[in-house]
Write a protein that binds this ligand. Sequence first.
Ligand SMILES: [Ca+2]
Length: 199
Amino acid sequence: MKKTIYIVAAVVIIAAALTGVILIQPSNKPQTVTLSQGFEDGLGVWVKGADVPADPNHPGQNVNWTINVVANQSYAGNHSAQFYINGLQDDGTIWLTRNLTLTPDTARNVTVSFQLWSSSESFNTLANVVAYIGTKNATSEGDFQVIGAANQAAGWKSYSYSVEVETGASGNVNVALGISAVWETHMTYYIDDIVVTAV
Ligand SMILES: [Ca+2]
């Protein structure tokens, strides 16, 4: 019981100290922006993108890929985004991206976190989970940062990526996330519960 009182007292002191810190910050600090996407109403403002190789089995075409909102898997609610790619060429990156409009000419710490579902755990990396945060549009695999292997667990696993961004004159910052095939197989993953924050 005594211990509980000490803990409560410590929390109160820390809270008071933190409040003091907040009060002395300049009042023009940009507000924290938080956006979430759980795919309960479709893709919303998120846009599909891909950088995939030609398919030698179908001359003149690229390998098949799709990103669709589906109801057969979900981390929260009833829907998620299903990512499918024919990885038989051992190559190909597909993603969802959206734009943030932030205060121009400020330095912001932008984080994207999300849940990814894999059907199995594998010691081989079948696909990488990739992300991009920055002021340009991510258009190729090379624009993306690998943030982890996709097959670390059977079921849902959380991923996160943060970048300190100079917002520039427009204040436009793009966030993208997806998967990149590195094993010769067809692959399907699900993504849900995306949260983007700019602080
Ligand atoms: Ca959902």
